[in-house]
Design a protein around this ligand. Structure first.
Ligand SMILES: NC(=O)c1ccc[n+]([C@@H]2O[C@H](COP(=O)([O-])OP(=O)(O)OC[C@H]3O[C@@H](n4cnc5c(N)ncnc54)[C@H](OP(=O)(O)O)[C@@H]3O)[C@@H](O)[C@H]2O)c1
Length: 305
């Protein structure tokens, strides 16, 4: 029987084959996606650096035109130039925008439409985390985490969905986290935000499926997924521990160091090519689900059949 719901990841996930890189992982091995994009348009938020940058590059390598966006102009430009250099046959644009400003998000969608066309794939990846005990966290910082990890991707979805619904086609992927399904301390806001976006994807999937059936008796062609990318060494692993954490709660740093020692290492290719796989239609059985990129995706799909 299919596991119920989504946020409580199926316990059987831990029994699936561990995957650490796309390179020796048959389901998502990069070569097979060559030209699957066929000039379709992909927007990846938080793609100036880290996981988002690699996701954007992988879509470009698969033939998608890509839009790169974040707040840091130099990083956006560098990421966009790298993509153009490695994939001269596709179009790439860099757009500086703050995911927490509604007017920036409106401008972002309008510019992507103008310069590349209608959005086929949206990857809501921008996010951040600060490790601090709840009792020591400034309420403003706490709610900012909810804004960037939950409100921002939700509102961007609101802006992009109409063009996908018009064509009854599209893929939306949310970069969630294991924090959505594990009780990781010092991250109450991040855990709440990532749980929220994971549930949002699951519920919206069912809602869109039902609406298509009720409104036109047809099948909904829009697929949503949330992913845990794997624990990957990016700048998040430094910015997550600001001076205040070092000063006021140094035990958190020791705690996380101990956790890190026990964890396998994951390569950034893992979430990047998992996203391309999901947008290719191969992950149809996982529509609406929380996909843990560190576990074999084809074995995971079988849990839902
Ligand atoms: N690395 C991991 O181990 C890990 C594990 C689980 C989940 N994740 C998730 O993976 C995603 C990517 O993280 P990462 O590790 O690649 O971190 P990263 O290297 O810090 O990259 C985060 C990206 O998000 C952008 N961003 C942050 N706040 C933004 C805002 N207000 N508006 C627009 N863009 C914003 C950043 O650019 P600007 O600062 O220039 O705006 C940057 O491009 C996040 O959602 C994170 O929660 C990461």
């Amino acid at each position: 029987m299919a596991p119920p719901g989504n946020a409580a990841a199926p316990p059987a996930l831990s029994k699936l084959t561990l995957r650490q890189s796309a390179l020796n992982y048959p389901a998502i091995k990069p070569g097979q996606f060559h030209n699957t994009g066929c000039g379709r348009v992909c927007l990846v938020t938080g793609s100036g650096r880290g996981i988002g940058k690699e996701i954007a590059r992988s879509f470009a390598r698969s033939g998608y035109h890509v839009a790169v966006t974040a707040r840091n102009a130099a990083e956006v430009e560098a990421s966009c130039e790298e993509i153009k250099a490695c994939c001269p046959d596709i179009k790439a644009v860099g757009i500086v925008a703050d995911g927490c400003k509604h007017s920036d998000m409106e401008m972002l969608v309008a510019k992507v439409n103008e310069e590349l066309g209608m959005i086929d794939v949206l990857v809501c990846n921008a996010g951040t985390n600060t490790f601090m005990p709840f009792t020591m966290t400034d309420p403003k910082d706490w709610w900012y985490s909810l804004e960037i990890n939950l409100k921002s991707p939700t509102e961007l979805t609101r802006l992009v969905l109409p063009q996908m619904r018009k064509r009854n086609s599209g893929t939306i992927i949310y970069t969630s986290s294991r924090a959505a399904v594990a009780d990781l301390p010092w991250t109450t806001a991040y855990g709440a935000g990532k749980t929220g976006i994971t549930r949002f994807a699951a519920v919206l999937q069912v809602e869109l499926d039902e609406m298509a059936r009720i409104e036109s008796g047809s099948e909904n062609g829009i697929s949503l997924f949330s992913i845990h990318p794997g624990e990957i060494e990016t700048s998040l692993h430094t910015t997550g521990f600001p001076e205040q954490t070092h000063r006021s709660a140094p035990y958190i740093i020791e705690h996380m160091k101990e956790l890190d020692k026990k964890r396998p290492k994951f390569d950034i290719s893992l979430p990047a090519w998992t996203c391309v796989y999901l947008a290719s239609g191969k992950g149809a059985k996982l529509r609406g689900k929380y996909v843990d990129c560190t576990r074999d995706i084809e074995e995971a799909a079988k849990l839902y059949t």
